[in-house]
Write a protein that binds this ligand. Structure first.
Ligand code: SF4
Ligand code: SF4
Length: 374
């Protein structure tokens, strides 16, 4: 649905998850009766709920119940993990608690994918979950988290998860800088021609350099809800203490008219307040603004650091690196010259053994507060 001039966003303090989800669904004001709904949580990794990597199962459970109450004809719950995984989807997802919470609605979103055509300078099309075509509407359930590359990951970025398997990590090789990758994320989001409704899980969140999987878990105690993903993420940015104009995905989406990000175009309803002490990632938003930007971007990016004592030598990082910069010997060794600092390995590592270091890039980012368009 086309974005409105102003968008309403609900921020709801949560004491009872069921009540808060019910209120959020009412706030969305969508007539779910007779509709087929894809409930799309964040299932980035095989993590238990308290790690705050994946959507809280109670949010999923109450969304499913609420959609049934609203008369949805079909509800599917599913998502595509960050990269490849061993075993079945059900085995991978079980630790998140979402299969049980889906109350019979969980499906493997990675089977029998279709093709989504893009207007993008990076790729003409991507393979996507069949659910994207089967559903009438998507109920998007992102988690309130930082992201080492894109600064924040919220409603827009969660829709990147429509892509199954390792294609997601390979795309980092096509769109290498933070700005380019953010542009590709928006290309994919923009190509989805279904209503995307958003309930953001901010019961807990994640901040710091190493989101979205190895950052610091913090208690927020809120849900956000909006019919527009861009507005949802703009309010998330404001709560995190970031200027939405400086988040690449938000800036690009707003430039394309996909939703408002300026405070005076957001009607924030409920219990909005900035989160005290929220740590934004430093090493992302960089721009030297001259011909030196490419050099700077390559030379100064923080490379992942290995916390060797945590590594289980599972090889996931090496198998998912889009530029084959990791060699197992027997622990992973990163070739710094080949590495493009996409942080896929950090995101995917099940043992949280890889983190994003602070480096020259981080210092420059804080000074410049801008990012590279190269
Ligand atoms: S760093 Fe993480 S992903 Fe890589 S081998 Fe070790 S445990 Fe596996
Ligand atoms: S080593 Fe990690 S950060 Fe570097 S390119 Fe490979 S996956 Fe990306």
């Amino acid at each position: 649905m086309p974005p409105a001039e102003r968008e309403r966003v609900l921020v709801r303090s949560v004491t009872d998850v069921g009540l808060a989800v019910s209120e959020a669904l009412d706030f969305l004001g969508f007539d779910f009766a007779g509709r087929r709904v894809w409930v799309k949580p964040n299932l980035l990794s095989s993590s238990p709920p308290e790690h705050s990597v994946t959507t809280d199962p109670e949010v999923v459970r109450h969304c499913v119940r609420g959609l049934r109450r609203h008369g949805a004809s079909r509800v599917w719950v599913g998502d595509n993990p960050g990269g490849g995984f061993k075993g079945t989807m059900q085995e991978f997802v079980a630790p998140t608690g979402i299969i049980e919470a889906s109350e019979g609605c969980f499906v493997d979103a990675g089977t029998n994918p279709g093709t989504l055509r893009l207007e993008s300078r990076f790729v003409p099309q991507v393979a996507v979950s069949r659910l994207l075509f089967d559903a009438d509407v998507i109920l998007n359930l992102p988690v309130f988290k930082t992201h080492a590359l894109t600064f924040l990951t919220g409603a827009i970025k969660n829709m990147f998860g429509v892509i199954p398997g390792r294609q997601k990590t390979r795309l980092h090789g096509k769109a290498r800088s933070a700005y380019q990758f953010s542009e590709l994320i928006v290309d994919i989001f923009q190509a989805i021609d279904k209503p995307v409704l958003n309930i953001m899980d901010a019961l807990r969140g994640m901040d710091g350099q190493s989101g979205p999987s190895s950052g610091r878990v913090l208690s927020i105690g809120k849900l956000l809800a909006a019919g527009n993903a861009v507005a949802t993420d703009a309010v998330m940015a404001l709560m995190a203490g970031a200027d939405p104009e400086r988040i690449p995905t938000l800036r690009i989406a707003a430039e394309r008219g996909l939703g408002p990000i300026r405070r005076d175009r957001l009607d924030i309803v409920g219990d909005f307040s900035p989160i005290r002490g929220f740590r934004l990632p430093g090493p992302v938003i960089a721009n030297i603004g001259t011909f030196l930007s490419g050099y700077y971007y390559t030379a100064s990016r923080s490379r992942p650091l290995l916390r060797a004592r945590l590594c289980t030598e599972c090889r996931q990082c090496a198998e998912n690196c889009p530029v084959q910069a990791i060699e197992m010997s027997p622990l992973p060794v990163i070739d710094r010259r080949t590495c493009i600092a996409c942080y896929c390995c950090v995101e995917i590592c099940p043992a949280h053994a890889l983190v994003v270091g602070k480096g020259l890039r981080g210092i420059w980012d804080r000074v410049s507060g801008r990012w590279s368009r190269t």
